[in-house]
Ligand binder design. Structure first.
Ligand code: FRU
Length: 495
């Protein structure tokens, strides 16, 4: 049965979303049907298609009482909007249906687990959240909230665990048991990920603490995901209130990948390596799924909380997802590459090999805002290392977004200072790359308002939103010193 709150959201979507024209939107990245979008939710395989839900406020381009929006795809590139699935219409979720995940049940239905938020006013006048985990079950279009909601509550928390910060369940199945990783704020005020277990996905018991932050990587850990990949057990979390650490982690909301081994006995992840997930400006709350052909694919919110109110007024929706990315673990590090399906949408190949230059140059037909371009660089002579190499994209003389590589200190910089943001926001990010005698491979995927950079076949990724006018589509290259460059460029075409 659809509640009037959900029906109202669906009516609103149907009535107003046609006013947003395709030209205003990204071509192959997910954007909300209307209004506001944040975290990816319920990224899953269901009946042979990939489903993605999202944190959603259909009624405005600002965050407010959360619903779940819905899209699906067969190939991660061409997405179809479906009507909203969850609305805040029950006492236990009246202040929002927060993030969660999805899984197909043995009987063919799909189960969503999400965080229900209910607020109350304390005696001292302060508003307090109570967050619990809730379930809805459906057929890929309509979902019915479970009669016995909420299914995981304050009673299922370890001692000292906060009921205000208890959210974002990620569920998976292992053998005949279901597991859920859920973010919580323990007594020390930082973050931890709790592990729950169930036989039927409805009745849950606490297993233990999968991982704890101890105030080392930020505080409250949001949106966990936990999976086995290439022999390692990988935990992704999105901490709030991070302090910067070198060039690895920036301040504020970050994304952290903890690579290690899961100890079945203690139900704890033994940590071996910790790194950022994305080194750019706009990336948060990633979630993954496992494809039928065995690929671990990740998608994330391509925004950051600090700048949500900073987009230009002419953009009539808010929020986009990143391109889905294939993950792997090599040498103890997380690698990510755009899903291979993207290559089906490549137009003609523009190829330049062994272009030697110093100063600045541009190349015929190398331009555009919806493209997939790989640039490989090396020094022109063995013993003459160049100082900097730059790619300027989304350029028109006045504007440009710059990717700069400095071999001398092994850093890459992404700089969107001149990308059309009408606010004084953080626009530059530097990060370390592997030293390789001035050789580097930079793959850039652009889709109107975004740029996603993949360094050295996925050793690092860096993502940024850019709002530069679409006519700013020139690309040019600069080298301080002499370089040799190969450029392979495709327009991405969706007909
Ligand atoms: C992360 C987050 C989640 C929460 C959701 C609310 O971006 O804060 O922890 O469930 O957004 O929209």
């Amino acid at each position: 049965m659809k509640s009037t709150t959900l029906q109202r959201a669906r009516d609103f979507e149907a009535r107003y979303s046609p006013f947003i024209t395709p030209a205003e939107r990204p071509v192959f990245h997910v954007s909300p049907m209307i209004g506001w979008m944040n975290d990816p939710n319920g990224f899953s395989v269901y009946k042979g298609e990939y489903h993605l839900f999202y944190q959603y406020n259909p009624y405005s381009t600002k965050w407010d009482t959360m619903h779940w929006g819905h899209v699906k795809t067969k190939d991660f590139i061409r997405w179809e909007w479906l009507p909203a699935v969850l609305a805040p219409d029950m006492p236990y979720d009246q202040n929002g249906c927060f993030s969660g995940s999805a899984i197909e049940l043995p009987d063919g239905r799909q189960l969503l687990m999400y965080t229900g938020v209910r607020q109350s006013r304390r005696k001292n006048g302060k508003i307090q959240d109570r967050q619990t985990q809730c379930i809805a079950i459906g057929d890929g279009i309509n979902y019915q909230k479970y009669d016995l909601n909420p299914v995981i509550t304050a009673e299922d928390l370890p001692e000292g665990g906060s009921t205000q910060d208890f959210r974002d369940p990620k569920i998976w199945k292992d053998g005949d048991r279901y597991f859920a990783a859920i973010g919580n704020r323990p007594a020390d005020g930082s973050g931890s990920i709790l592990l729950y277990e169930s036989k039927d996905c409805l009745k849950w018991t606490l297993d233990g603490v999968l991982a704890s932050c101890h105030n080392q990587y930020g505080r409250m850990w949001e949106c966990p995901d936990f999976f086995c990949l290439d022999g390692k057990d990988v935990l992704l979390v999105s901490p709030q209130e991070m302090n910067p650490i070198g060039l690895e982690f920036h301040a504020g909301n970050g994304t952290v990948c903890l690579i290690g081994t899961y100890d079945e006995k203690t139900r704890h992840q033994i940590r071996e390596n910790v790194q950022a997930v994305d080194y750019g400006l706009d990336f948060y709350a990633p979630q993954t799924l496992l494809t039928p052909d065995g690929r671990r694919v990740m998608i994330a919110w391509m925004q950051n909380w600090e700048t949500v109110n900073c987009q230009p007024n002419h953009i009539r929706y808010f929020g986009e997802m990143t391109l889905p990315r294939e993950l792997s673990v090599r040498n103890g590090r997380l690698y990510q590459q755009p899903v291979r399906e993207l290559e089906k949408y490549r137009g003609y190949q523009i190829l330049y090999k062994n272009v030697q230059f110093s100063g600045s140059t541009s190349l015929g037909n190398v331009k555009g805002r919806v493209l997939d371009m790989t640039v490989q660089i090396r020094p022109a002579a063995e013993n003459a290392l160049y100082r900097t190499f730059k790619i300027n994209v989304a350029s028109d003389g006045e504007h440009s977004v710059t990717i700069r590589y400095k071999p001398e200190n092994n850093t890459v910089r992404i700089d969107r200072t001149h990308s059309g943001f009408p606010h004084d926001i953080v626009s530059v990010r530097d990060f370390m790359v592997r030293p390789d005698g001035g050789r580097i491979k930079l793959r850039i995927v652009m889709d109107r308002h975004s740029i996603e950079l993949f360094v050295n076949d996925g050793e690092q990724a860096a993502t940024a939103m850019i709002y530069t006018d679409q006519n700013a589509d020139a690309i040019n290259f600069e080298a301080d010193g002499s370089v040799v460059m190969d450029v392979e460029k495709y327009d991405l075409i969706m007909d």
